[in-house]
Design a protein around this ligand. Structure first.
Ligand SMILES: [Zn+2]
Length: 88
């Protein structure tokens, strides 16, 4: 029984390391990595509840779309929000 607990703990440890590294790799910005224009937020209710620290953003200029880390909202910038449910 002890070997099962140890193996399960190592699996959980590896999963935790992968999650932390992937989170650190994600860009923490509100500008496009391709063209440096502002990114628009695409709301995902499920993603927002499961992983509230990341968000899906889309560039209206070049079409880049990706997951980025959530950054604090600056009071001077107006962020364009696209509701995914309203698009479909
Ligand atoms: Zn772009």
């Amino acid at each position: 029984m002890l070997i099962v607990v140890v193996l399960f703990a190592t699996v959980l440890l590896r999963a935790g390391i992968v999650i932390v590294v992937v989170y650190l790799i994600l860009p923490a910005t509100r500008v496009c990595p391709r063209c440096a224009s502002d990114l628009s937020l695409i709301r995902h209710p499920v993603l927002r509840h499961l992983v509230p620290s990341v968000e899906h953003r889309w560039c209206l200029t070049c079409g880049w779309s990706g997951i980025v880390r959530r950054t604090p909202q600056l009071p001077t910038t107006q962020s364009r929000v696209i509701n995914r449910a309203a698009r479909s």
